[in-house]
Ligand binder design. Structure first.
Ligand code: C5P
Length: 221
């Protein structure tokens, strides 16, 4: 079963307030996206990598550093469109796809390996992180309910699927609404998705303070 990682890094980083897209800002002297690619390059179960970049960033990653990097394709105006473009670039020999946010450079090889192994066994697997705060649902400026924290997880990436499962999810999906992860589309098919417990260190670089946190976490591996 050959596996491709689809790494989506075509976001504009509008929440970041920087002219450089966040995936090209540096952590410890290397762009975020390079850290992310290094982790997938090092994961034994990953055979190929498809990288999704925005038009303006094409050519900015030195592909000679990553022998598994098979193709670099242009993203779309939403994350889901970017994943779809990546999925269409995956070769015919691939039976498993691991979709990962380029903005999560702290994922570990162990998390990648466990997620892929689980998807090979079940068809669909989502890496999750613990919820440490008490979560409230809110309505009209007031607390509506307190959710049971033991039953909650944060969906992170990679999210890994048999290719026919993810392709079917995308082919039948309505991509016009808010689709913030790939599992959502697979859930809508009614397909069961196994969880893989991961670390809260697998943060998504979203705000400037996340770069400082990532820098500190990387120095303390
Ligand atoms: O915007 P969000 O934080 O959900 O982005 C998650 C990942 O999806 C990031 O790595 C970002 O670069 C990517 N993305 C993309 N194409 C978009 C929007 C986001 O590849 N149009």
């Amino acid at each position: 079963m050959k596996t491709a990682a689809i790494i989506v890094a075509a976001g504009s980083g509008s929440r970041f307030n920087s002219d450089t897209p966040k995936q090209f800002l540096e952590i410890n002297g290397k762009p975020v996206i390079v850290h992310t690619l290094e982790r997938f390059q090092a994961a034994p179960s990953v055979d190929r990598i498809v990288l999704v970049l925005s038009e303006g960033q094409m050519g900015k990653v030195d592909s000679s550093l990553f022998p598994k990097l098979e193709s670099v394709v242009t993203g779309g105006s939403t994350r889901a469109e970017s994943v779809w473009n990546g999925l269409n670039a995956v070769g015919e020999e691939i039976s498993i796809v691991a979709v990962h946010d380029g903005a999560r450079p702290l994922v570990t090889v162990d998390e990648i390996e466990r997620s892929i192994a689980k998807a090979k066994e079940t068809g669909a697997a989502c890496l999750v992180a613990p919820v440490i705060d008490t979560i409230k649902s809110v309505r009209s400026g007031e607390i509506a309910a307190t959710l049971d924290r033991d039953k909650l997880r944060r969906a992170v990436t990679p999210q890994v699927f048999k290719i026919e499962v993810l392709s079917k999810a995308f082919e039948t999906a309505d991509l016009s609404g808010s689709v913030t992860d790939d599992c959502l589309l697979v859930e809508k098919l009614g397909y069961p998705i196994a969880i893989v417990e991961g670390s809260s260190r697998n943060i998504k670089i979203t705000h400037p303070e996340d770069l400082i946190l990532a820098e500190t976490l990387m120095k303390n591996v």
